[in-house]
Write a protein that binds this ligand. Structure first.
Ligand code: FES
Length: 132
């Protein structure tokens, strides 16, 4: 099973516009919570790598995270709560890990992520339809 990458913008603000709480950015808070859960789950530790990034250029829709894996679709999520999105992202990580080509239908995504889907990109390399 290939390892998936969950990119999380560490610089995102809290949705309230607060830059930091107790010196921690909203994105970093989300990262810390995700990492703490993954470290308690051997199955996730082997299949999901959480990587902080510095801005995904969706700053006005913080927090922002993306799932990406070679050969699978890439999902970009926005408007994630730094305090309440962890369970949904972990559930999606399991679905994404288990889905062929990473395809998780909208109807099956965690409720909190359905309205947060910013973009879905095709797997790389992109299959080009045959031309007649
Ligand atoms: S600061 Fe997070 S997307 Fe730009």
């Amino acid at each position: 099973m290939s390892q998936s990458t969950l990119l999380v913008c560490a610089l995102c603000r809290f949705p309230s516009g607060e830059k930091e709480r107790d010196g921690v950015r909203g994105g970093q808070h989300l990262l810390d919570q995700l990492q703490a859960v993954v470290e308690t789950r051997a199955d996730l530790m082997q299949t999901i790598e959480i990587k902080p990034v510095k801005c995904i250029a969706a700053c006005d829709r913080a927090c922002v995270a993306a799932f990406s894996t070679a050969g699978k679709q890439t999902y970009i999520f926005r408007d994630l709560s730094p305090t309440d999105s962890v369970d949904d992202l972990i559930r999606f990580a399991e679905q994404y890990r288990d889905a062929e080509h990473g395809r998780v239908p909208h109807s099956e995504r965690p409720e909190g992520l359905k309205r947060s889907t910013l973009a879905i990109l095709p797997p790389i390399p992109i299959a080009t339809p045959a031309l007649k």
